[in-house]
Write a protein that binds this ligand. Structure first.
Ligand SMILES: [Fe+2]
Length: 343
């Protein structure tokens, strides 16, 4: 998995290390030199990747209209046709947990983080996971914030990324952050055009890797070419502690009526709140992380002008959701996704 020089990271400096988690930064890497990300390499993984670990979406052109973002059914479509549809449509594919399904990605992930640890020995990534993102030349990613740390390795095509300051309540209010940490929200964060005045804008080319402070909101528009990136997400002690604080606030306030608002991550009060929440989680009192059903009204079609067509006969459950949900139709034909009960 190594290039001629044996390393995957380039031009990382002590400045990058010092700024980790403080501000958005871009450095260089060499993943774009690997055959793994050629069209043939992408077809191979699209063919082999488990369908309950693969999400496909389509979207509109307006960054503030998240309603246009919708799941796409890919059942029965060949990997070659998927790639052809991505190249011509407005599509966005997420292949989760690549390190579990493809040994080459596991090796790549291991090598990247061994090299990162040489620059940043104090980084202790937990639950590290790699998502392969393949998207159309004009696709967009709506405004959102992630609950974990992330390095985004850009490999093919070009894109523009807006990175906004973390912790600014005008950009994402506290209640929305709680919903993000508790998995009740992702791309539904309200976005206003004037937020852009606070953003740093990056044009990412193949060989760029970007990382932002924890929970910093961001959005992306693709500029040209089929876009390929790997998102490597991970927890740290810091991100886990913050997740507990926000999730505890959400649970105690909304489920127990206790007015918990403090977002302090240190001190006795914070410690007691986090410990009580963890204990209640263990006892099964806190509901499990919210899972949503992805129901598709459109199906991938490489012959359609935008790569999709409407499904005749009503919506279907995407393969991503089939392990956990089933679709039930009522007397007038309306479909509702229902969780599968397991004994
Ligand atoms: Fe993100």
């Amino acid at each position: 998995m190594q290039n001629a020089n044996g390393t995957l990271l380039l031009n990382w400096t002590s400045e990058h290390v010092a700024a980790f988690g403080q501000r958005a930064l871009v450095a260089k890497h060499r993943l774009d030199e690997l055959q793994l990300f050629s069209d043939a390499g992408l077809v191979e993984v699209l063919h082999a990747h488990p369908r309950d670990q693969l999400q496909a979406f389509t979207m509109g052109k307006d960054a503030s209209n998240v309603q246009e973002w919708q799941p796409v059914d890919i059942s029965g479509v060949s990997a070659e046709d998927m790639l052809a549809a991505i190249a011509r449509g407005r599509l966005w594919f997420h292949l989760f947990r690549m390190q579990h399904t493809d040994g080459r990605y596991k090796k790549l992930l291991d090598q990247l983080f061994v090299e990162i640890s040489q620059f940043y020995p104090r980084l202790r990534p937990v639950n590290l996971s790699a998502t392969l993102i393949i998207s159309s030349p004009k696709a967009l990613v709506y405004y959102h914030a992630d609950p974990q740390f992330n390095f985004l390795w850009h490999i093919r095509g070009s894109k523009r990324l807006w990175s906004y300051p973390a912790g600014d309540r005008e950009l994402i209010d506290q209640q929305m952050m709680e919903d993000i940490f508790a998995s009740y929200a992702d791309e539904e964060v309200p976005y206003k055009a004037h937020f852009d005045e606070k953003a740093q804008v990056f044009e990412l080319k193949p060989g760029d890797v970007i990382w932002s402070p924890l929970n910093a909101p961001h959005r992306v528009t693709k500029l040209e070419g089929l876009n390929v990136s790997i998102s490597t997400v991970f927890e740290t002690e810091e991100s886990y502690r913050r997740k507990l604080v926000y999730s505890a606030n959400r649970f105690f306030r909304r489920s127990c009526g206790i007015p918990t608002y403090s977002t302090r991550e240190t001190g006795a009060g914070s410690y007691i709140k986090r410990s009580a929440f963890k204990a209640l989680q263990k006892l099964g009192v806190v509901p499990d992380a919210h899972r949503r059903a992805y129901v598709a009204q459109v199906r991938l079609d490489p012959t359609a002008p935008n790569g999709i067509r409407r499904i005749s006969g009503g919506p279907v459950l995407t393969e991503f959701s089939k392990r956990e949900f089933t679709l039930k139709k009522n007397a007038v034909g309306q479909a509702t996704a229902v969780p599968i009960e397991r004994s």
